[in-house]
Design a protein around this ligand. Structure first.
Ligand SMILES: [Zn+2]
Length: 333
């Protein structure tokens, strides 16, 4: 089944103060995600790009930070008995339950002993240890109750929704999934039932020679999606389904790609980001997928990029199309 890349461009007209009040127009492009049909608007100008002159974020010195090594053992919770350990650890990473859980099983993985790392200093080995630490907990949760939906997520810096600047991941494991995971899974199952193929394998076949392909890190291929979810969205498709073992070498491959995407963000002066690695158990239609998006840079008076379209309309908006930024990301692969 051919993958459909559907888009249409409209023109919004006005008499412009920038052109002596002559009639002017700006394009608004409407794109549909080929898998889910969700709409993304590509507009002329919107995303609050970084202000180079104000590049020193106020991150504090770690005093009173619950995730710093001096505090973590006293201030963070310990796992329930089925996990088999009070807290997890792997390299510099330390994991414990989320004191404010988002799902049946919900934890935090602190990535570094350092209170703060610039976005360009979150290397693959740190990220891979964090993912492995998260997966050790994920497997304990699955063994305990057979939950189907897993995600390993990161908010980095306040513009990305993080209340703690200390670098950390959050895993969620439950039988409910998120709206996004269930919508994606339903569409993946439909595609698989129709074609016998996974959507993601077919997408990579379609995109590998095209303008949105970014590159490969071992067993993971990366591209800029046709209808991005948010600014500078990059998607990685690992060659695994289900929930990888913490020892699986694909974790280093995923981490290497994330490091490369973060190097691209850093190069643009963007230091805040989100990523989500989505995993569904026992579902051949649904391989692992990791999505990384940029958020506004953490600087005084930064402007949030979630407004009524995302908050209330479940709509997506970007101002750089994937065909334009994919080659720039590819330069870091
Ligand atoms: Zn800290």
């Amino acid at each position: 089944m051919a993958i459909e890349f559907s888009k249409a461009t409209e023109e919004a007209e006005f008499y412009s103060p920038m052109a002596d009040f002559d009639l002017d127009s700006q394009p608004v492009e409407y794109r549909r995600d080929p898998l889910t049909g969700q709409q993304t608007r590509v507009v002329a100008q919107w995303f609050p790009e970084a202000d180079e002159a104000d590049a020193e974020p106020d991150v504090g010195d770690g005093e009173d930070c619950f995730f710093c090594p001096e505090m973590v053992d006293e201030a963070t919770p310990e796992y329930p008995d089925y996990v088999g350990t009070d807290r997890g650890s792997r390299g510099e990473a330390t994991s414990f339950p989320n004191l404010f859980p988002y799902g049946t099983h919900s934890n935090v993985v602190v990535l570094t002993e350092d209170h703060f790392r610039p976005v360009g200093d979150l290397p693959a080995d740190i990220l891979a240890d964090g993912l492995a630490c998260a997966l050790a907990y994920v497997h304990a949760a699955i063994d305990h109750d057979g939950s189907q939906f897993v995600s390993i997520n990161m908010n980095y810096l306040p513009p990305a929704g993080s209340s703690v600047v200390h670098p950390h991941l959050q895993a969620i494991v439950d039988d409910h999934g998120t709206n996004g995971m269930r919508r994606r899974l339903d569409a993946e199952r439909d595609y698989h039932a129709d074609t016998g193929d996974t959507y993601w394998a077919a997408l990579l076949d379609e995109e590998r020679e095209g303008s949105r392909y970014v590159g490969r890190t071992g067993g993971v291929e990366w591209l800029a999606p046709f209808a991005p979810t948010a600014q500078y969205h990059v998607t990685g498709v690992p060659d695994v389904t289900g929930v990888p073992d913490p020892e699986d070498s694909v974790l280093a491959d995923i981490a290497a790609g994330i490091e490369n995407v973060l190097a691209f963000y850093d190069d643009r002066g963007l230091d805040a980001f989100n990523f989500a690695l989505q995993l569904v158990r026992d579902e051949p239609a649904s391989p692992a997928v990791v999505d990384v998006v940029a958020r506004p840079a953490f600087e005084e008076g930064y402007v949030n990029d979630v407004f009524y379209l995302q908050a209330l309309h479940d709509e997506r908006v970007v101002d750089v199309p994937p065909e334009e930024y994919a080659p720039e990301v590819a330069a870091f692969f």
